[in-house]
Ligand binder design. Structure first.
Ligand code: XMP
Length: 515
């Protein structure tokens, strides 16, 4: 089945996969190709449009990325973003120079005025915030192009030659900060490229399955399943594609939330793959006995996890592929996305390959997807909603939510309290508004009174945060009535807890987790 295709030509910008994802969001199939791809190959894909991305270079410098100018003769519309806009201007007779003063160099949110007669801005407000990040300036606009948007500092924020279908914007329509940015991309696709919207997640699933089958052939694949969203969707996709050739090893360290292990196992029952659940609770608890220092807990859990996985891998023997649920944000954060993109920070999911597993190659079928696309794919594969919408959960699990010394009894207490908290948040309809919420069993005991008797039990802390990236976070303003219900239920239903506190610190100065 063939689809209308848009090619995102990659010049090394930070947001290139985000552009691709926006195009997919608009229901149009899209591929990101390096700018070095020969024109003949691009032509063979029969694209209905090109999007030239941003990039860190300056078009007028000798070694800057260029395109074959014949691309402008194909009769295919082009949307140039930032560097892509300057590149188009440069090739079509305009002139781009370094901004001489701050007035022409723009970074961040910028008040922008649009000509709504331009197809790109059709049916959109004539004024709004756009997000800029450029130090170069289009001094001369190419022949045939008209100015379509301006800011206070810059007369040519957007240019267009509507007859040829060429559009250029200095700002980034793909980022959330640009108001109506996605609608501008949609206008380019539907008004200019005449897209019909023939692309869905179901198609993505089908294409991904075909690609996995082709890559894996009749080889064996091994995946460490954590039960988190990414590894679960990765497992389901592989299971759908290659069935029994896949073995998933699910290490149950006994530090998961209430019923979580059983839920994960049940979710994968429909597939014919080999599902190995290793009950390692006793091993982990034995190793952790008496350990109170948070980093030590993490280290022990990490090491023990590898040891257990290694033992299982040995039983399976050599495999052809090791699968990983790496998703696109992991890839960009570790700087391995595309040539030219700067390294922001290294990420724990990428690069740390286990050398004790005998495998030839890695498969990462979610590598190009963003988190919400991964969730959508999970739904498409038939995974249950509770798995697909699961909030982030740290690898060391509840071990870092029982403060100090860890015992099975304390873990069970925390599990019961945490389950009530989650139930009430869901019942109040708040689950979608809070990024992460959980209970923490502190090691503080206090005096209480229950019935006519004195109690001397543990204090439980409730944590809930809102954040977009977990680097900073704010505490969630949960309504008092909801907190009250949670508190009353926990002290009544969970023995060993007689006091509940709500954590009202943001990150920084606190962190999301307590340990
Ligand atoms: P912090 O506590 O650092 O948490 O503000 C930020 C996010 O990271 C998660 N987290 C971890 N995830 N291993 C993980 O896989 C860990 O050791 C770990 N520590 C914190 C935390 O749940 C939050 O989502």
């Amino acid at each position: 089945m063939s689809h209308q295709t848009v090619i995102v030509l990659d010049f090394g910008g930070q947001y290139n996969q985000l552009i691709a994802r926006r195009v997919r969001e608009c229901g149009v199939y899209c591929e990101v190709k390096p700018y070095t791809t020969p024109l003949a190959d691009l032509k063979a894909m029969q694209p209905i449009g090109f999007i030239f991305t941003g990039g860190p270079n300056s078009v007028y410098l000798p070694d800057s990325p260029q395109v074959d100018p014949a691309i402008f003769e194909l009769g295919v519309p082009v949307l140039g973003i930032c560097y892509g806009c300057q590149l188009m201007a440069h090739h079509l007779g305009g002139r781009v120079t370094a901004a001489q003063d701050d007035s022409a160099r723009e970074y961040g949110k910028t008040e922008t005025f649009y000509d709504t007669a331009c197809k790109l801005f059709k049916d959109l407000p004539a004024q709004g915030i756009s997000w800029m990040s450029h130090g170069d300036y289009m001094e001369k606009v190419p022949e045939g192009f008209a100015l379509m948007a301006h800011s206070h500092a810059c007369p040519n924020v957007a240019i267009a030659d509507e007859a040829r279908g060429f559009y250029g914007v200095q700002f980034h329509p793909e980022v959330n900060h640009t108001e109506n940015g996605v609608r501008m991309i949609r206008n380019f696709l539907y008004e200019v490229c005449h897209a019909t919207g023939d692309w869905t997640m179901e198609d993505y699933k089908r294409t991904a399955i075909a690609a996995i089958r082709e890559k894996v052939g009749d080889g064996k694949v091994l995946l460490a399943l954590s039960g988190g969203v990414d590894s679960s969707v990765c497992a389901a996709l592989l299971a759908e594609a290659i069935g029994e050739q896949l073995t998933c090893v699910f290490v149950d360290h006994g530090l998961m939330r209430k019923n979580e292990g059983d839920e994960v196992e049940a979710a994968f029952a429909p597939w014919a793959m080999h599902f190995v659940r290793v009950d390692a609770e006793a091993r982990f608890l034995a190793k952790l006995a008496g350990v109170t220092e948070p980093e030590r807990k993490r280290k022990i859990i990490g090491e023990e996890f590898i040891r257990v996985f290694e033992e299982e891998a040995k039983k399976i023997g050599a495999v052809d592929f090791l699968a990983q649920g790496t998703i696109y944000p992991d890839v960009i954060e570790s700087g391995s996305g595309k040539a030219g993109a700067a390294v922001i920070k290294s990420h724990h999911n990428v690069g740390g390959l286990p050398d004790y597993v005998d495998f030839k190659e890695i498969v990462e079928p979610l590598r190009l997807l963003f988190k919400d696309e991964v969730r959508q794919l999970g739904r498409e594969l038939g995974l249950p909603e509770y798995l697909v919408t699961r909030q982030p959960f740290p690898g060391p699990g509840l071990a870092i939510r029982v403060i100090g010394d860890l015992t099975k009894a304390k873990l069970d207490t925390l599990r019961d309290a945490d389950a009530i908290y989650r139930e009430e948040i869901a019942a109040a309809g708040l689950a979608g508004d809070i990024s992460q919420y959980f209970a923490v069993l502190t090691n503080t005991r206090s005096v209480g009174v229950m019935g006519d008797g004195r109690t001397y039990d543990y204090t439980l802390a409730l944590r809930a945060v809102t954040t977009s990236d977990f680097m900073t976070a704010d505490w969630a303003r949960i309504p008092y009535e909801v907190l009250d219900r949670v508190s009353v239920r926990i002290v009544n239903e969970v023995p060993g807890i007689n006091r509940i506190v709500y954590d009202i610190t943001s990150k920084p100065p606190a962190t999301v987790e307590w340990e």
